[in-house]
Design a protein around this ligand. Structure first.
Ligand code: ADP
Ligand code: ZN
Length: 642
C-alpha cells in the first residue's frame, strides 16, 4: 500500500508486536517513520476483523492532510474535529459505528468526551475497537516541551478499554519525559522500542551571534537558495521582523506565532506545506506534527531552552533522508535571557533547578569544540561509535538498530562541558568535525574576569553587568568607570590583551559552567558563585573556540540543478523531473493536498532518472504503492514520455 521496499530500523518489530495485540511505547526521532508503526497495524487488524483504530493527535490543523495522505495510499481514514460541520461530524460518526473506517483521527479533548467514549463502548462491545494510537505522547508530560493537560485524561482509555492494545509514540527521548509518559498513560506493561536518535543526514552548525539577521541571510543565500526551511525565533516581534527582513532580501518568507489571527496562521501553514521554497519564520508554536519531508534547513536565531527542544526542532529538517542543515546562532544575550526566564518563572525551585541543568547542557553543546552529534546523542544516553564517521548523504536507513537500552543519563549537568562519553568519536557531518575550531586556553582570562567581578563588588558594594566589567578589564576610560572610580582598581586593565569578543566567550563559558551567576532581578549583574572558586584556584581549565568567521560554502548546489539536495540528475532527467513536478503540483491542487502527499521529491527524481516506459518499469520504485500506481501510473508514463 505504501510502496516501500522495506521497513526502516525497528518498524518491523514494532508492527509485528502491535499487530499481535501488544502495547508499545515507541521512541523514534522525528523523520524516523513513526506513522507506519501504527498505520500498518491498523490496516492489518482491521483486515483481521478487529475493527477500528483511534489515533489521538493534538493537531487539528494537520488532520486533514494526514487523512488525505492515507486516502492517496488507499486507506479508509477520517477525522473528527471542530473544523467539521455538525452534519459532517454526524456522517463520520455513522461510518465509525458501521466500521467503515480503518483509522479515525481525533484530538484528546474529543476522545475523552462522554459522548465519544459511549460510541467507543458500543464498538468495544462488538469487538470492533482494534487499537489506540497515541501520537506525540510527550504532550502528557510537563517535562516535555508541548505539555497538553488534555492528554492526562487519556488514562481513561486504559481504564475503560483494558483489552484494547495501545501504542504511544514520541520523538522526545529524555528519561524524565519517558518515565512520565509510562506513568501517566499507564504503559508499565508496554514494550519499549527505543531507536537510535541519530539523524545522519542533518548537518549541525552552531555559530557565534554577531549580526544574526545578516548571518542568517548569508547562510540561506549560500546554501539554501530556493529551499524550504524553518527559522525559529524567541519572540513574536522578532518573528515579524525577521520574516520582513527575508522578504526584503527577496526571499519568500512567512511569519507564524501564537499572536497571529488563527486564520492567518492556518493560511501560512498551508502555504508552507503546499508551496515550494517557502521559509517559515516562527516561534516554537510552529512545528509539531509538520511532516513536510523536504524541509532543507532549520535555523535558530535564538537559543532554545534545552537540548530536547533543539533536537525536536532541528529534527524537522530532512525527513526525506536527503542532506539537510541545522544551523544556530547564539550569544551572551541568549544565555542571559534564558537564565532570566527560568529565574523569573513562577515554578518551584526544584523545577527551576532541572531547567537550569538543561540549559547548561545546551550551552555546553554550543560552546563545545568536539563533535556536535556525539554530544547530542550522549545527551540522550546514546554512545556514538568511535569509528562510525558516517558519510553524510542520502542515507534512508540510518536509524540504527533498536535497543531496549536503559534510560541512560539525561543531561550533562555538572560536567565541565568538555568531557563526553565517546571521546574522539567524530561524525564527519557537523561544523566541528568539518572545520575543527582552533582552541585557545582561556583559563587566565577567566581568572582575571572573576577577580575583576570580585574586586568591583568589594570596592563598590554593588555588582555590575558584563559590558562595564569588560571595560574595566580592558582598561577602557569610560564615563561609568570614572563615576565609580574603577580606574583605581587593581584589576583595571589587567585583561587588556584580550579582545572583547574573547572575553565574551570566556564569560559565556563561565556562565555555562555555573562559575558566574547572572542576577536577573538586578539588571543582569554578574556575581561569583560557589563554582568560581575552582576556576580562581586554577583547578578548572577553560578551553574556548577561537572566534572564526563563518566557513565558506561546502555544499553549494550545482548551478542550474533543479534536483533536490544530494541527488544528481543528467540533463534529460532534469527536464523530466521538472515536468513531473509541475504535473504533481496540478494534482496536489486538485486534491487540495501538499505535493509531497502525492509523491516525494525522491520518488519523482527516481522516476525521472529511470525514464520508465511501461507500468512494469514503474513497479518497485520506492513510494509508489498499489493505489498510486493505479491512480497515477499511466499519467506518470505520459508525462515522462511526452
Ligand atoms: P515521524 O512521524 O517519525 O517523524 P514519518 O512517519 O512522518 O516520521 O516518516 C518520515 C518519512 O519517512 C515519511 O515521509 C515516510 O513516508 C517515510 N518512510 C517511513 N517509513 C518508510 C520506509 N519503511 N521506507 C521508506 N520511507 C519511509
Ligand atoms: Zn561531528
Amino acid at each position: 500500500m505504501f510502496g516501500y521496499e522495506q521497513f526502516r530500523g525497528p518498524q518491523q518489530a514494532i508492527v509485528e508486536h502491535v499487530v499481535a495485540g501488544g502495547d508499545a511505547l515507541v521512541l523514534m526521532p522525528t523523520g524516523g517513520g513513526k506513522s507506519l508503526c501504527y498505520q500498518i497495524p491498523a490496516i492489518a487488524r482491521q483486515q483481521a476483523g478487529c475493527g477500528i483504530t483511534i489515533v489521538v493527535s493534538p493537531l487539528i490543523a494537520l488532520m486533514h492532510d494526514q487523512v488525505g495522505a492515507l486516502h492517496e495510499a488507499g486507506v479508509e481514514a477520517a477525522f473528527l474535529n471542530s473544523s467539521l460541520s455538525s452534519e459532517q461530524a454526524a456522517q463520520v460518526e455513522k461510518r465509525l459505528l458501521r466500521g467503515e473506517i480503518t483509522l479515525l483521527y481525533a484530538a484528546p479533548e474529543r476522545v475523552t468526551t462522554p459522548r465519544f467514549l459511549a460510541q467507543l463502548d458500543s464498538l468495544a462491545e462488538r469487538g470492533q475497537l482494534a487499537l489506540f494510537a497515541i501520537d506525540e505522547a510527550h504532550c502528557v508530560s510537563q517535562w516535555g516541551h508541548d505539555f497538553r493537560p488534555e492528554y492526562r485524561a487519556l488514562s481513561v482509555l486504559h481504564e475503560r478499554f483494558a483489552g484494547v492494545p495501545r501504542i504511544a509514540l514520541t520523538a522526545t527521548a529524555d528519561a524524565l519525559t519517558r518515565a512520565d509518559i509510562v506513568e501517566r498513560l499507564q504503559l508499565e506493561e508496554a514494550r519499549q522500542f527505543v531507536s537510535s536518535f541519530d539523524r545522519p543526514n542533518i548537518r549541525y552548525t552552531i555559530v557565534e551571534k554577531k549580526d544574526a539577521s545578516t548571518q542568517l541571510l548569508r547562510f540561506i543565500e549560500r546554501e539554501h537558495e530556493e529551499d524550504a526551511g524553518i527559522v525559529y525565533c524567541q519572540s513574536r516581534r522578532k518573528v515579524e521582523d525577521t520574516a520582513q527582513a527575508l522578504c526584503d532580501a527577496g526571499l519568500k518568507a512567512l511569519p507564524y506565532h501564537a499572536g497571529l489571527d488563527p486564520a492567518v496562521r492556518q493560511t501560512n501553514q498551508d502555504r508552507f506545506l503546499r508551496e515550494e521554497g517557502l521559509v517559515m519564520v516562527a516561534t516554537i508554536a510552529f512545528g509539531m506534527g509538520i511532516d513536510k519531508p523536504d524541509v532543507r534547513f532549520v535555523a535558530h536565531l535564538d537559543m532554545p531552552k534545552n537540548i530536547e527542544g533543539y533536537y525536536q526542532e532541528t529534527g524537522r529538517a530532512g525527513r526525506d533522508g536527503l542532506p539537510a542543515d541545522a544551523w544556530m546562532t547564539y550569544g551572551l544575550q541568549d544565555v542571559v535571557n534564558q537564565r532570566r526566564m527560568i529565574d523569573e518563572s513562577p515554578a518551584g525551585e526544584e523545577f527551576k533547578q532541572v531547567m537550569r541543568g538543561k540549559l547548561d547542557a545546551l550551552l555546553s553543546l554550543a560552546e563545545g569544540t568536539d563533535c556536535r552529534r556525539v554530544r547530542l546523542l550522549a545527551y540522550f544516553g546514546e554512545i556514538y561509535p568511535v569509528n562510525q564517521a558516517s558519510a553524510a548523504g542520502p542515507s534512508q536507513g540510518g536509524h540504527g538498530p533498536t535497543s531496549e537500552q536503559s534510560a541512560g543519563q539525561a543531561g550533562t549537568e555538572g560536567q565541565q562541558g568538555h568531557e563526553v562519553p565517546s571521546v574522539g568519536a567524530r561524525c564527519g557531518n557537523c561544523d566541528n568535525c568539518l572545520n575543527p575550531p582552533a582552541v585557545w586556553d582561556g583559563t587566565d582570562a577567566a581568572r582575571k574576569l572573576l577577580s575583576c567581578i570580585y574586586r568591583v563588588h568589594q570596592s563598590s558594594g554593588i555588582s555590575f553587568g558584563a559590558g562595564h566589567l569588560m571595560d574595566i578589564l580592558r582598561g577602557k576610560d569610560t564615563e561609568k568607570v570614572r563615576q565609580f572610580g574603577h580606574e583605581t582598581l587593581s584589576t583595571f586593565g589587567i585583561g587588556a590583551e584580550f579582545s572583547e569578543v574573547q572575553l565574551r566567550g570566556v564569560l559565556r563559558q563561565l556562565i555555562a559552567i555555573g562559575a558566574v551567576a547572572v542576577d536577573a532581578q538586578a539588571f543582569n549583574t554578574l556575581q561569583l558563585t560557589e563554582g568560581s572558586r575552582a576556576v580562581l584556584k586554577g583547578e578548572v581549565t577553560i578551553r574556548l573556540r577561537e572566534s572564526v568567521s563563518t566557513p565558506t560554502a561546502k555544499r553549494a548546489r550545482r548551478p542550474g540543478s533543479v534536483a533536490p539536495a544530494g541527488i544528481n540528475l543528467g540533463v534529460d532527467a532534469q527536464a523530466r523531473f521538472i515536468n513531473l513536478k509541475s504535473w504533481r503540483a496540478e494534482v496536489a491542487r486538485e486534491h487540495n493536498l501538499p505535493a509531497y502527499v502525492i509523491f516525494h521529491d525522491a520518488t519523482l527524481a527516481t522516476i525521472a532518472e529511470r525514464a520508465p516506459q511501461t507500468l512494469d518499469d514503474l513497479q518497485g520504485i520506492s513510494g509508489i504503492g498499489a493505489k498510486k500506481m493505479e491512480a497515477y501510473g499511466e499519467e506518470v508514463l505520459r508525462v515522462v514520455g511526452g
